[in-house]
Write a protein that binds this ligand. Structure first.
Ligand SMILES: Cc1cc2nc3c(=O)[nH]c(=O)nc-3n(C[C@H](O)[C@H](O)[C@H](O)COP(=O)(O)OP(=O)(O)OC[C@H]3O[C@@H](n4cnc5c(N)ncnc54)[C@H](O)[C@@H]3O)c2cc1C
Length: 408
């Protein structure tokens, strides 16, 4: 259930294991929701959980100050309040450390599985393996960033600390904004690529191998009796299978609720711009994150992707030009001759966030229903490993990664 990057990678792994797979997706094609417009970073170096000791103050500030990278809009939605309470409970120093390490291990493992897939399959998705640069605009923030990064470095993440000259040597396209940058942390093993292209390409490979894609079929209910799921009802028909995998991104808790299950997933909205490079000479050449403004910039072939903002807006994916002015201004300031900014395509999508920022795997009360959902802000990064883990669990194999803190 679900044809985002999580559903499609899961279908791929299950097909490899010899299952007959049917994937049900409400849109006309795969990866048209959150997996369409993300920043494209495969970024174990970006594994820090959002539920950190700093988060409560950031949330509070966002209530009174406008134009924050984080926008918390209180609403009457009881699910927002129960999710927020659980999120705040994760914001201790110790829980943030444990959750970050679990996430880093899953992200690193997932990148390894991605590399296995790429060695086996011809996939073209504007991949860029030059690393990702996390840069800061002032020295004190850079030093705090370096100290903060140590937790990932101690866990095996390769990092290089760069001063301004080092940043400009790595990314000469930042030259005109050089005086605004103090330095950065470079993760040479992080990478970028277009998640929609990857997912569509992998889906085509799955289709050739016999996976059935039932697109334009919206699931309206999951039918169950006792501890068994009996079928999935769509607007067109009822589908029956031996086992079911729920990978519906932000819609997962809504369908799970019809089974009496409560999944702690809440949508957190983000925005992106996709901008043609055109004839512009000084386009970004590697993925980067402006840590002072929380804006991420990636280069996908002849396009630049700029993303920002974490907003609590329920399931609303609407957007207007004003939502993009800040991120566009940051990109233009950094790369004035980097792209055709006037031709930017606007998009907004919903991150399926759990309070721990870790996905949900395994089974709950139904013996033939498996969960692979809640991948939050680095779900493209974690999808490949999550799919392999799900296939392992279904096959009764022990996953290569310790599952503590990850099981449903
Ligand atoms: C602005 C932004 C930037 C991001 N940047 C990054 C990044 O740089 N790196 C990274 O790793 N991650 C990033 N992410 C996160 C990443 O995009 C998500 O975690 C990931 O795409 C989630 O994939 P998914 O398959 O779970 O969800 P989705 O892609 O949303 O897929 C769920 C699918 O289920 C389908 N569906 C839902 N309901 C039904 C139904 N009733 N019947 C049938 N089908 C249904 C939907 O149509 C959809 O196709 C970013 C996210 C955002 C918003």
């Amino acid at each position: 259930m679900g044809g985002g990057v999580v559903g499609v990678t899961t279908a791929y792994e299950l097909q490899r294991d010899g299952h007959e797979v049917v994937l049900v997706e409400k849109n006309a094609a795969v990866a048209l929701e959150t997996s369409w417009g993300n920043a494209g970073m495969i970024a174990p170096g970006h594994s820090f959980v959002w539920s950190s000791p700093k988060a409560p103050m950031i949330l509070l500030k966002s209530l009174i100050m406008k134009d924050q990278a984080l926008r918390f809009r209180p609403s009457a939605d009881p699910r927002l309040w129960s999710w927020s309470m659980r999120f705040l409970a994760e914001c201790t120093e110790e829980k943030a450390r444990v959750n970050t390490l679990r996430k880093h291990r899953l992200a690193t493992y997932s990148q390894q599985i991605l590399h296995e897939t790429l060695a086996a399959e011809p996939l073209d998705y504007d991949r860029n393996t030059r690393g990702v640069l996390y840069f800061h605009r002032d020295q004190a923030a850079l030093e705090r960033g370096v100290a903060h990064m140590q937790i990932l470095a101690d866990d095996g993440q390769r990092i290089e600390v760069l001063d301004r000259a080092g940043v400009l040597a790595l990314e000469p396209s930042l030259a005109s904004a050089g005086d605004k940058i103090a330095g950065g942390i470079y993760c040479p093993t992080d990478e970028t690529g277009d998640c929609n292209k990857f997912t569509s390409g992998l889906a085509a490979i799955c289709r050739e191998r016999g996976v059935q894609f039932r697109t334009s079929e919206e699931i309206t209910a999951i039918e169950a009796a006792g501890d068994e799921v009996l079928g999935v009802r769509t607007r067109k028909e009822s589908l029956k299978a031996d086992l079911y995998v729920l990978a519906l991104g932000c819609q997962s808790p809504i369908l799970a609720r019809s089974l009496g299950e409560s999944l702690p997933i809440y949508p957190i909205k983000g925005y992106s711009l996709t901008i043609p490079v055109g004839n512009h000479q000084a386009a970004p050449t590697i993925g980067s994150v402006d840590e002072s403004n929380l804006v991420a910039i990636s280069r996908f072939g002849d396009r630049v992707r700029v993303t920002a903002t974490a907003e609590f807006a329920g399931y609303d994916t609407s957007h207007e030009p004003g939502d993009f002015s800040f991120m566009k201004g940051v990109a233009q300031d950094l790369y004035p001759d980097g792209a055709d900014y006037d031709r930017a395509e606007m998009w907004a999508g919903l991150r399926p966030m759990t309070p721990t920022n870790l996905p949900i795997f395994g089974r709950k009360k139904h013996r033939n229903l498996w969960y692979n959902t809640g991948h939050g802000h680095i779900g493209w990064t974690m999808s490949h490993g999550s799919a392999r883990i799900t296939a392992d669990l279904i096959a009764g194999r022990t996953p290569a990664l310790p599952m503590d803190g990850l099981a449903a």
